[in-house]
Design a protein around this ligand. Structure first.
Ligand code: 5AD
Ligand code: SF4
Length: 444
């Protein structure tokens, strides 16, 4: 098959892990000679990298896959591939090709690195190439990457999850925790810095448990080692589990001048009864103690979180416990979700599923509460000058954008060549989460 002048279009749903995996798919397709297009209609291959954490993520992907039916009818050579978390669910791949017979390739989360072989198999005129391995694969190093987020580089540190929170499908579709070796992580980070990247985000479903399968190293050690690399760059990491946040790690964050003063620490609920049902292994008191410890070492640290409402049996009282904790902690930002039952998880079978109207009312109240806090924190930025890493240009706003060490986004006018530079920005206007400012000076 001649792959020259062929184009690929990648459509990604879900978390940063998925976005990074799409960078790997892009890398594999580029090695094959494909170039990227954002326009589905001009693509020779469309790859969906899917998410199944909530039902709406799945519905959205299925809707967009279905919409390609007529394109495929008019363009017989078009290859349509679907991979990621959605396809890794038991029995799902077969159901998917039954529902959408025009799909050519289905691949699971453990088969991404084999995408090249799957493409070759497809070129041998196989109708549907399905590759969804059960169980855990070994970590495959050396997959090429088509990075799409300069000056930020994502680096996987561990894959999978052993926690089995009762609402969550991730352990079923991502398998057990596996850590990359320290050397692999360090050499990837070094390569990024040598190539001018200014921010590294260490990625894992639970980075705090990095190294548990390796034995002689933990995430605090890894963070320390990455911080020691030469050059001016920022270090972030996500995501964390409160049960695994040690004082050693807090100290490591504090002692590293490269690590940003922000941490994402998913709370999920402020009710001890619900936390227990969720199998989270901490209480609201434990969570508050961690917040206190983080702030003892770093009084200014920005703490962001994930919160869910409407978990089975959640009462108004449980929800009030969540709300009171949110008010107490004063998060720098929160992702809020309505609980969505996922097939195969224990919570989906629990009695006491919460009616949608109740969950909606609760989430609105939660969002209002957090929005008020966001506005209050934003106001504190007024007239301050902050160091921002310029990350991109927002065409709609006609402004450059970037974040400070606390993860707060600022927009500002500037000239070309700013992306990838540290700039000092004086904040002149504040809104909900974002800030507007003017450049004071441009650094490295
Ligand atoms: N329903 C709603 N939200 C969920 N999350 C995980 N599983 C579910 C579910 N079944 C949320 C959690 C997690 C974030 C990534 O997604 O808050 O931290
Ligand atoms: Fe899901 Fe819990 Fe694992 Fe996070 S820690 S991926 S919420 S099972």
């Amino acid at each position: 098959m001649d792959y020259c002048n062929k184009k690929y279009c990648l459509i990604t749903y879900g978390c940063q892990m998925n976005l990074h995996e799409s960078e790997k798919l892009g890398g594999i397709l580029s090695e094959f000679g494909y170039t990227e297009t954002k326009d589905v209609k001009s693509a020779d291959i469309v790859v969906f990298n899917t998410c199944c954490i909530r039902e709406n993520a799945e519905k959205k992907a299925e809707g967009n896959i279905g919409a390609l039916k007529s394109l495929k009818r008019n363009k017989k050579d078009l290859i349509i591939a679907v991979g990621g978390c959605m396809t890794q669910q038991k029995g799902y791949a077969e159901k998917l090709v039954e529902k959408f017979p025009f799909i050519d390739i289905v691949f699971g989360t453990h088969n991404l690195e084999d995408f090249k072989e799957l493409l070759l198999r497809k070129s041998e005129n196989v109708k549907h190439v399905i590759s969804v391995s059960e169980g855990d694969s070994r970590i495959k190093e050396g997959t090429p990457k088509m990075r799409s987020s300069f000056p930020n580089g994502w680096v996987n540190v561990n894959y999978g999850c052993n926690n089995f929170c009762t609402y969550c499908i991730v352990p079923y579709v991502r398998g057990r925790e596996k850590s990359r070796s320290v050397d692999s992580v360090i050499s990837e980070c070094k390569e990024l810095i040598d190539n001018g990247y200014k921010e590294i985000t260490l990625l894992g479903q639970n980075v705090n448990s990095y190294g548990r399968d390796l034995g002689d190293v933990d995430f605090a050690d890894l963070l320390g080692k990455v911080s020691e690399l030469d050059g001016k760059f920022r270090l972030r990491f996500m995501t964390n589990h409160p049960k695994d946040l040690s004082e050693k790690l807090i100290r490591a964050i504090c002692e590293s001048d490269k690590t940003c003063r922000s941490i994402h620490l998913p709370l999920q609920s402020g009710s001890n009864r619900i936390l227990k049902l969720m199998n989270r292994h901490y209480t609201r008191e434990d969570y508050l103690r961690e917040v206190e410890l983080l702030r003892k070492y770093m009084p200014d640290i920005a703490i962001t979180t994930d919160i869910m409402v409407g978990f089975p049996t959640e009462t108004d009282e449980d929800f009030m416990d969540t709300l009171s904790l949110v008010k107490k902690v004063k998060f720098a930002g929160a992702f809020t979700f309505v609980y969505s039952p996922r097939g195969g998880t224990p919570a989906a079978k629990m009695e006491g599923q919460i009616p949608e109207e109740i969950s909606k009312r609760r989430i609105m109240e939660l969002i209002d509460c957090q929005n008020a806090e966001n506005r209050r924190q934003s106001k504190e930025y007024l007239n301050k000058t902050i160091e921002v890493l310029c990350e991109g240009f927002d065409k709609k706003k006609n402004k450059f954008l970037g974040r400070d060490t606390y993860g707060r986004m600022a927009y500002f006018s500037g000239v070309e060549g700013l992306i990838g530079k540290f700039v000092n920005v004086k904040i002149t206007k504040t809104g909900g989460m974002s800030l507007l400012g003017e450049i004071v000076d441009i650094g490295e």
